[in-house]
Design a protein around this ligand. Structure first.
Ligand SMILES: [Zn+2]
Length: 87
């Protein structure tokens, strides 16, 4: 069999697979963007304030505990530690 022909077939397959992947990625991205736009809770990245350090963080990255927002689990733990009644 002709080596050039084999190379052409392999190249064609790679191109086809690449195009398919690219289209899948584009469809996935579009779907994601539409989902974010249609979700009323997102509001394009809502910011919340950490109860412990007062730093503003995106709601998606923040932690919620006992009705309060925290930037990290460390600050949540420290806040909950402070809230503990003294013995
Ligand atoms: Zn914090």
């Amino acid at each position: 069999m002709n080596l050039l022909l084999i190379r052409l077939i392999i190249f064609g397959l790679l191109l086809f697979a690449g195009l398919k992947l690219y289209r899948m990625y584009r469809a996935w991205k579009l779907e994601r963007e539409e989902l974010l736009e249609n979700d009323p809770d997102q509001e394009g990245g809502k910011m919340v304030r950490c109860t412990w350090c007062q730093v503003h963080v995106p709601e998606t990255e923040a932690l919620r505990d006992k009705g309060e927002w925290f930037c990290s689990s460390a600050h949540r733990d420290r806040y909950l530690e402070e809230q503990k009644p003294d013995d």
